[in-house]
Design a protein around this ligand. Structure first.
Ligand SMILES: [Zn+2]
Length: 470
């Protein structure tokens, strides 16, 4: 018996040794040359694409295969600051023939050691004179925005529209978890004769379709006149209430939206922004905190307006008096970090008994006392939940380095090195107003109202003490 046992064991040990040697060998591989990286990326992509099929589908139930053929001989590359490689490949496609639109499709691959990602970037040309060519670098940044490390990578297709070289707008509406075209048809047709077209990626495993991702492309025949802009109307949440099992994102936004003054594509962007925000962009702690605030507002029946305001200098704002989120541009509609800040302002407004109207900038442009409190509390919220690399509250070249350092030490201390939240005012070690003073002095609030020493960060403390997010 014993002898037999060793006979079995010896080959296993040998195999383990070989595996170990192999894995050591892998680690020791010399870094690849550019050509080798490109070849590796190409193989990787072909392997990925093998398990995906793409269709142009409508809510009427039509579905046509989109044929894509990357032109590998027209490859362009760019090495980024972090040493990752951006690879852009033009794609020959029948999408434009099918849609009867002019356009350009690019495959963008982000290649960094073992971390590879790809996106298909669709650019419908709005008019014939639209001849703008985007640089590989720009295409890369549109495909993989650096807003968050954990940006949603689920949909492999993204749409861009380009007005001029400096202003790039992109839109994509993901309708995940759609089970069937029949259901889509039932729930999303809002106007007779109005057809919505989607790019549908189907992912296959062993011959079985395991998931579908829908990206909105364009609409035809919808009400709103002959203007191209109006044709792009995507059905708004107000037009009907899509059931939550179909699109939880659209549904969670629809619960807090009172009205909006956004175009169809802008509403698509807002829907995507809100979806990313509420899911914490993949960070479970942030998702938990965002959801906590959202749930509190739902329980209070809070509703908001969403608009654009091209006159303001900030990317986004929350108007506490008319409960409106304003976005400066289409680009502003993509910024989740900023939205987190503005959403917290809405939380303050709903949490405090009398709201925050009294701290709003007056119509005469005057800043009321307590204004720095509201802003510092919000900046501190962002700083507590984020790493210590950049600080919202003292992220300013005017701030002397020793004060920045002191602030970081304090942040680490009140969070026990990122392991807990401050939950009572005494958890701030008596330094809360000290750093608010520095914030007021150095971060542009010197002439924006006085600090109200009776106004404690109660919204923040309530959020942290009632949530189990950390
Ligand atoms: Zn603010």
């Amino acid at each position: 018996m014993k002898k037999n046992f060793y006979w079995i064991l010896t080959p296993i040990i040998l195999m383990l040794l070989i595996l170990l040697l192999n894995s050591c060998k892998k680690d020791n591989l010399k870094s690849l040359t550019l050509q080798e990286k490109i070849a590796d990326a190409k193989n990787w992509y072909i392997n990925q694409a093998k398990n995906t099929s793409n269709h142009l589908s409508t809510n009427e139930g039509d579905s046509i295969l989109i044929k894509n053929e990357p032109e590998w001989d027209k490859i362009q590359t760019e090495i980024l600051e972090d040493q990752s490689l951006a690879i852009v490949i033009p794609v020959k496609t029948n999408l434009y023939e099918l849609s009867q639109k002019e356009g350009e499709l690019n495959l963008v691959i982000s290649y960094k050691d073992s971390d590879k990602k790809f996106k298909m970037l669709n650019h419908f040309k709005e008019n014939v004179s639209d001849t703008v060519k985007l640089s590989p670098l720009k295409l890369y940044h549109i495909a993989f925005p650096a807003i968050h490390n954990n940006a949603n990578t689920e949909a492999k297709v993204k749409n861009i529209t380009v007005d001029d070289e400096d202003s790039v707008k992109y839109k994509s509406l993901k309708l995940n978890k759609l089970q069937s075209l029949g259901k889509l048809k039932e729930n999303l047709i809002m106007t007779a004769g109005c057809t919505h077209h989607f790019w549908v990626e189907t992912h296959w495993q062993d011959g079985i379709a395991v998931s579908e991702t829908w990206t909105y492309l364009y609409s035809t025949g919808c009400a709103g006149g002959s203007g191209g802009e109006h044709e792009e109307q995507y059905p708004t949440p107000e037009d009907g209430s899509p059931p939550s099992d179909i699109d939880p994102t659209l549904d969670s936004l629809s619960k807090i939206i009172k009205n909006h003054c956004l175009s169809g594509p802008q509403l698509s962007s807002l829907t995507e922004l809100f979806g990313r925000f509420i899911s914490g962009d993949g960070n479970t702690e942030w998702a938990c905190l965002h959801k906590k605030q959202y749930d509190m507002m739902i329980s209070k029946g809070a509703k908001f307006s969403f608009c654009t305001n091209t006159n303001m200098s900030a990317q986004q704002s929350y108007n506490t008096v008319n409960n409106t989120f304003n976005f400066q541009s289409d680009f502003s509609l993509s910024l989740t970090n900023t939205f987190e800040h503005e959403f917290f302002h809405a939380y303050q407004d709903n949490f405090l008994t009398n709201g925050t109207d009294q701290y709003a900038i007056g119509s005469n442009g005057n800043y009321p006392n307590g204004y720095p409190n509201i802003e510092f509390e919000t900046a501190l919220y962002g700083d507590i939940i984020r790493d210590r690399i950049s600080q919202d509250a003292l992220n300013n070249s005017n701030v002397p380095q020793p004060i920045k350092d002191e602030y970081v030490v304090w942040l680490n201390s009140i969070t026990a090195n990122n392991t807990k939240y401050p939950k009572t005012f005494s958890d701030f070690d008596g330094q809360y107003y000290y750093f608010m003073e520095k914030f007021k002095q150095y971060s542009g609030y010197a002439n924006m109202g006085a600090i109200d020493y009776n106004l404690k960060p109660n919204s923040l403390l309530n959020l942290f003490s009632t949530s189990n997010c950390k």
